[in-house]
Design a protein around this ligand. Structure first.
Ligand code: CUA
Length: 185
């Protein structure tokens, strides 16, 4: 019975299931698309190549750390090496949208910020990039997720998210300290 039907074409029942599965695939693709674009998830990007030998002395990598590039928008440059991250601390105000760039000057490392979706591989010669908005106050440790030798567990640092007032106060303090150094010269 079934054999005869198959010879004549697709079973109507089977056909219905094919339509359902295609509809499901379209729905899944749409979900991923919406999550990716509308909700602002950012896939790890590897958009730039650098020379691991010279990157640490090449701007902006020669001064690792975070800077404000426009109001509320920051970029952070992090250098990974066995067995530390430079800088060890990134301080931003609550609500900061931070694009994080990480590269390694030696081995392959990982960079994951606890309690966020920031998690990327760090490969010598490549720049890994991820954007994240820090909407909660607190300390968010970052650590190496790729086993890289005996100091692996010691590779960590933290993002500290502070209130706008505390952030401005700390910036003013840093500026005053800089001015003090210059006066002393
Ligand atoms: Cu670097 Cu593990």
């Amino acid at each position: 019975m079934t054999g005869e039907r198959k010879k004549m074409g697709i079973d109507p029942y089977e056909r219905r299931w094919m339509i359902v599965s295609i509809a499901l695939l379209v729905a899944f693709a749409a979900t991923v698309g919406i999550a990716g674009f509308a909700m602002g998830f950012d896939l790890p990007g590897q958009d730039e190549r650098v020379d691991p030998q010279t990157v640490a002395t090449t701007p902006p990598w020669d001064e690792p750390g975070v800077r404000e590039i426009s109001p509320g928008v920051y970029e952070a440059y992090v250098i990974a090496q066995a067995w530390s991250f430079s800088p060890r601390e990134i301080v931003v105000p609550k609500g900061a949208e931070v694009t994080i760039y990480v590269t390694s000057i030696d081995l392959q490392h990982g960079f994951k910020i606890t309690d966020t979706n920031v998690n990327m591989q760090v490969v010598p010669g490549e720049v890994s990039r991820l954007r994240y908005t820090f909407d909660e106050l607190g300390e968010f440790p970052y650590l190496c997720t790729e086993y890289c030798g005996r100091g692996h567990a010691a590779m960590f640092g933290q993002v500290r998210v502070v209130s706008q007032e505390d952030y401005e106060a700390s910036q003013a303090e840093a500026a005053a300290a800089d001015a003090g150094t210059e006066e002393g010269q």
